[in-house]
Design a protein around this ligand. Sequence first.
Ligand code: APR
Length: 250
Amino acid sequence: MEDLVKLAGLIEGKGPMVVLSGAGMSTESNLPDFRSREGLWARFDPMRLATLSALENRPEEFYAFYRMRLEALRGAFPNSGHRTLAKWEKKGLLAAIVTQNVDGLHQQSGSRRVVELHGTLLTARCKRCGAGFSGFVLLERILCERCGGPLRPDVVLFGENLPAGALEEAEQLASNAGLFVVLGSSLTVSPANSLPGIARACGAKVVIVNRDPTPFDGRADLVVRGEIGSALSAVDRLFESGAGGSEGPR
Ligand code: APR
C-alpha cells in the first residue's frame, strides 16, 4: 500500500503525467498479452504471422491470426484500469496516453488524448488502392470490394514503420512529462521501450506498474509489482478520500 500512496503523491505532485500502456493493460479485459506465460507469443510465432511477408506468402495463416484477435476484441470491454485513466484525464491529472495496444479500449473508455504507436485493429485498408474499412470487415472478406486487392488490418507489422508522426508525438510527450507511468509492458519492443529513458533524461519521475520485472525497473523511481486495475483503483480511492497527494496521508 505504501507504494500506492507514493504513486498517488507523484501523480498529484509531479505532473503532467503521461502513461505508456502495453498489452498488460488489456488482460483484465480478457485480451491476452504477448510475452506472459499464456501470452500470444507463447502459442504463435510472431515472425511467422505478424509480418508483411506473412500477408504475402502465408495469407491463410495471416488472416486466421488476425480474425482470431478480432473475434476476441468483439467480446472485450474497457476494464477498471482504462476507466480510471479516462477519469484522471477528465480531472486534469493525466495529460496523455501513449499506447502500444491496438484494441481501442482506451478510447472506448473515454480517454481522448491517445497516441497509438502500433496502429489499430479497428480499421483495415486495401493494400492496392488504399481504401479504408472497419477492421471487422476482415471477418467477412479479405479482398477489397472496390478493386479486389488484398485487405490488411491497420496494425504495425514487424519490420514496418510506425504511423507517421506517432513516434514524434510520443517522444515529445515523454520529453515534457513530469511523471511517466508505464502500465503493463515488458518494455522489450523498440522504439516504444525508449520512451521511459527519454522521459527520465528530461527530468521526469518514472513509475512502472507491471506483474513481471522489466529491463527498466532498475532505473525507475517506483516499481509497483501487481495488477494494474486494482492498483489504479486503490490510488483513485486515495484521491477520493483525500489521503493521496504529495504530502502523503493527511
Ligand atoms: N497487470 C499488470 N501487469 C500485467 C497485467 C496486469 N493485469 N497483465 C499482464 N501484465 C504484464 C506482463 O507481466 C508483461 O510483462 O504486462 C506485460 C505485457 O508485456 P508484453 O506481452 O510484452 O506486451 P507489450 O509490452 O505491450 O508488447 C509490446 O510487442 O508483439 C509486440 O506489437 C506487439 O505492442 C506489442 C509489443
